[in-house]
Design a protein around this ligand. Structure first.
Ligand code: HEC
Ligand code: HEC
Ligand code: HEC
Ligand code: HEC
Length: 510
């Protein structure tokens, strides 16, 4: 069995290399907003000087993760009936699971005859039997706890800290990190094999196992899943696409009590711009992905659609939580949250003559950043009426009325967008990128269905990716789209999107 110390070693590097291939994967890597850190978490260039200096000065003030564990683990979350297995109790930062069953820890899945085999075993119909090893060796989710101890995390926490912080403030900040990087159930719900540093482990996605671990190795398991009994035992049906998407969105978009807000981003945390198919492609699969695609060539489209919906819903829930706190005059509430707006509406160059004045197509008035440009880009087509008043409330002024926003958010009803939804003149980089990802998902589903087509598809995808990629050394597009040395106009990007769409239509018609 490989040791846990393998984190950050070669498996991780291999992981990262996969993302250079030509697919949504490569794209996600290319556009990901992050600071100038390598995948090892080591600083590069001048930043490292400042960080080392900051570390040297402030290290004394840093609370250790162990100290945090004692603080957070001592408090008990209030039980909430309607929350899913993944929800976080926002007061305590602990998992507020719907079912009262205990968590057993990843080790309880790791026996070699269960999920801890070295190689996939083709003899079994329901599992490859090496899921634990795949997760441990290749999946970034098995190392997300360790990430909180790396240099970047320390730098983020340093930059967030204020001289006036008390222990409770520091503990809350770390509880927020733990909510995604190492979610914890309350102490009374930890079984004997439970380990408090398992990162994002099996039960976080599959549900607390105490009650279902026995039945799931019996012949009646399929029946229990079908009848809903499995869910009552605490099992999360990730086989259902909607559930799968909601599972990822809970952390990758955020949820009440765990958020990557603009403070965290400004301090160096990668901005969370999640799109399910792009991240799905990057994740080393411990399940029979190829079999699933063979059986269902529409899988990629279903994932895309479920992802759009789940992300939109998670983003609305997060906004409701924020608005509610702001409306209640919570002194810690940040309002409005910058991370919900178009980053590059604020972070762009001022030049004369102004390209922005000349080509403003944003839904927000000139001078206000557009709200929801990432998560609602595609949903704004299918759910426009219900989103309209919310966007309007968020874009009316720099101090939107939280009560008005809360009411508008409560009446939002999202409808899944169509992947064939019109390709339009992109209103922002976010919008162009979401359009691109929808087309790439369409391409993947045609490939899964074994439908060959014009060879230009690949080169059009490459061209679009280059047009959307940030210039070297930047975490933002130059102007709207300007990659490398080339000036790319909005019209050119629009043209490439149209071409790709036509090529895919042609391919579908073949
Ligand atoms: C409990 C929270 C949580 C859930 C649920 C979750 N993730 Fe993650 N995910 C994380 C965290 C935290 C990281 C960062 C890991 C690190 O490097 O420390 C991450 C990293 C990743 C990465 C690597 C990204 C990169 O930059 O290399 C991918 C890909 C990914 N997740 C996909 C998914 C998918 C797909 C799902 C749903 C099936 C999912 N995640 C569910 C928390 C979560
Ligand atoms: C809402 C969930 C969430 C919260 C809260 C959160 N993170 Fe993350 N973190 C993620 C995800 C998801 C990723 C992967 C980012 C990606 O590639 O999209 C990540 C990535 C990181 C990375 C980069 C990892 C790498 O090697 O590339 C660091 C460092 C990090 N987080 C530290 C922290 C710290 C420190 C905190 C608390 C101050 C924190 N995170 C809070 C979800 C979260
Ligand atoms: C980030 C979320 C996540 C984590 C963590 C996770 N899984 Fe999964 N798992 C999934 C998804 C998504 C699927 C695919 C859908 C399905 O089959 O339910 C899956 C599928 C499976 C399957 C079915 C395999 C197949 O071929 O059909 C098994 C068994 C499994 N996981 C075991 C584990 C074990 C054991 C661990 C911990 C070592 C683990 N999972 C951790 C998300 C996760
Ligand atoms: C409403 C305007 C606004 C929006 C929207 C906005 N920011 Fe900022 N951002 C600021 C301001 C103001 C600062 C602080 C001044 C500065 O340092 O530039 C800042 C600082 C930062 C910093 C630290 C300073 C630096 O240059 O590294 C980063 C990183 C950052 N923002 C990223 C983002 C990302 C990513 C998004 C979108 C998720 C975003 N911002 C959305 C206004 C905004």
């Amino acid at each position: 069995m490989p040791g846990r110390s393998k984190h950050d070693g070669p498996p991780r590097a291999t992981n990262r290399e996969r993302v250079n291939s030509l697919s949504a994967t490569g794209f996600a890597r290319a556009f990901r907003v992050r600071s100038s850190w390598g995948s090892t978490g080591k600083a590069s260039g001048t930043r490292s000087y400042y960080i080392n200096k900051a570390l040297a000065l402030l290290i004394v003030a840093l609370p250790t993760m162990d100290a945090f564990q004692e603080v957070a683990l001592a408090s008990e979350p209030a039980a909430s009936a309607e929350q899913s297995a993944l929800a976080i109790d926002s007061a305590s930062g602990l998992l507020a699971a719907r079912q009262p069953h205990n968590f057993l820890g990843a080790r309880s899945c790791a026996a070699s005859a269960c999920h801890g085999g070295i190689d996939p075993d083709p003899r079994f119909p329901l599992s490859r039997r090496n899921e634990y090893v795949t997760w441990l060796d290749k999946d970034p989710h098995s190392r997300s706890y360790q990430t909180l101890n790396n240099e970047l995390s320390k730098a983020i926490l340093d930059r967030l800290s204020r001289p006036t912080d008390d222990d409770a403030t520091r503990a809350n900040r770390l509880a927020n990190c733990f909510g995604c990087h190492n979610p914890q159930p309350e102490p009374s719900r930890r079984g004997e094999t439970y380990f408090t540093r398992d990162s994002v482990s099996c039960e976080i996605c599959h549900g607390p196992a105490e009650q279902w671990i026995g039945p799931h190795v019996t012949a009646s398991w399929s029946q229990l899943k079908g009848s809903g009994e499995a869910v009552r035992l605490g099992f999360v049906k990730t086989l259902e696409i909607a559930t799968r998407a909601e599972t990822c969105a809970a952390c990758h978009v955020g949820s009440p009590g765990r958020e990557v807000n603009h403070d965290l981003i400004a301090a160096g945390h990668p901005a969370l711009k999640f799109e399910l198919t792009a991240y799905y492609a990057m994740l080393p699969k411990h399940w029979r992905d190829e079999d699933e695609r063979k059986a269902n060539p529409q899988l990629e489209l279903a994932l895309w659609q479920a992802g759009q919906l789940a992300c939109g819903e998670a983003a609305v829930e997060l906004l409701k939580w924020r608005a509610d706190r702001a409306a209640g005059e919570n002194v810690d509430a940040i309002w409005p949250e910058f991370a919900e707006y178009d980053c590059y509406a604020c972070h762009h160059d001022l030049v004369h003559p102004s390209w922005r004045q000349a080509s403003a197509t944003s839904s927000a008035p000139l001078g206000m950043p557009a709200w929801g440009s990432w998560y609602f880009s595609r949903l704004s087509e299918s759910s426009s009426e219900s989103l309209h008043s919310l966007a309007d409330a968020m874009q009316r002024s720099f101090r939107p009325d939280p009560k008005l926003v809360l009411d508008a958010a409560k009446s939002v009803r999202l409808t899944a967008p169509s992947i064939n939804g019109a390709i339009g003149d992109p209103t922002s980089w976010d919008d162009a990128t979401q359009q691109y990802l929808a087309l790439v998902a369409t391409e993947q589903s045609l490939t899964d269905a074994g439908i060959a087509g014009p060879t230009e598809v690949k080169s059009t995808i490459t061209r679009l990716r280059e047009q959307l990629a940030f210039p070297a050394g930047h975490d933002s597009p130059k102007r709207l789209f300007e990659s490398g040395n080339a000036n790319v106009t909005r019209a050119q990007v629009h043209q490439s999107l149209l071409e790709l769409m036509q090529q895919l239509q042609q391919r579908r018609g073949n």
